[in-house]
Design a protein around this ligand. Sequence first.
Ligand code: WQD
Length: 368
Amino acid sequence: MTLNKPHVLLTGGAGYIGSHTYVALVEAGYQPVILDDFSNSHPVVLDRLQHLTGQRVVCERGDVLHTGLVTEVLQRHGCVAAIHFAGLKAVGESVEQPLRYYRTNVGGLVSLLQAMETADCRSVVFSSSATVYGDPAHIPVTEQSPCMPESPYAHTKLVCENILASLKGADPSWRVGVLRYFNPVGAHPSGLIGEDPSGAPNNLMPYVTQVAVGKRAKLRVFGNDYATPDGTGVRDYLHVSDLAEGHVAAVRALLAREQSFTVNLGTGEGTSVLGVLDAFERASGQPIPFEFAPRRAGDVAKYFADVSMAEDLLGWRATRSIDDMCRDSWRWQQNNPDGYRTAGNAPTSPVHSLRAGVASPALTGGVV
Ligand code: WQD
């Protein structure tokens, strides 16, 4: 029965981080409600979530910019909180298409918040990013580090954080949790859900797994002359299951206390590109061909998080290692060489039959 479980709206809940958070919320006793337009996700994920959770998935197809729809979904499910994942996230693309990024990311948040106000649901967790810090002067990066975003994508995240702060200032009954992610990688240990980039991956881990599975010839390591121990860029990679559990901790904290917060979610440890390659070779048992290439525009040498605030405020800390991240990414990629589009993965979910932007009870399985 889902009747007595607190319902939590997940905008973009069919995506990479949203789907892992769906599983973690079910495990923690919540009933997540997905709202997704499937513009960068695939309905097969719903079958996988059903399999993993042993219950029908609650999903509404629609665009978060459609405020009336979001209001109706929040009210119909009696949601007590929302986690806002829906948005565009490619840094390079944001430089080419800034208006699209502002409209989707900033407009999407405003629409959601208006819907939440109408539905009298005032607890929100927001997916922000360590990219708001830009090129940090001090490492580890604390939440007090100055925010100096460099890309339009990063600016949209900071604008959204500011909107949330203004809203909280105007109406203290809002509870706002801002989560600044470092570098999420990995997949659910089942190998059933994972990251499914369309086209050539921009990020390191999906590129490495596609090389390992033979879809790409070799990795280009962007820069080997940084001021780091082996000359390659250092990042704070975080297992997506740890990140998902961080969202559960954030929802729990918001609902239990009056307090709002902005916290980093990372492991507090840095790993270089060559360090990731080593770990991946150990996990997969095969060498990963690579070549050194010039630095990528906009990259910084090194950053990792100070994670003490997440531990103090949320009682959360990451537990999974870089080896766990590589092992689980590799299992996902091996089982799904073409992601959710892999042959034999035909969706059985009725989501295909829905018109975008129209809420349908057909997908609200196992509810109310
Ligand atoms: C990691 C390291 C690259 C690809 C980006 C966003 C950030 C966040 C996570 C959402 C760097 C190197 C990469 C490749 C390489 N996203 N690399 N060859 O740039 O730290 O962060 O994704 O919020 O906002 O900026 O992650 O995975 O792209 O790169 O050598 O083919 O791997 O130079 O050192 P990044 P990444």
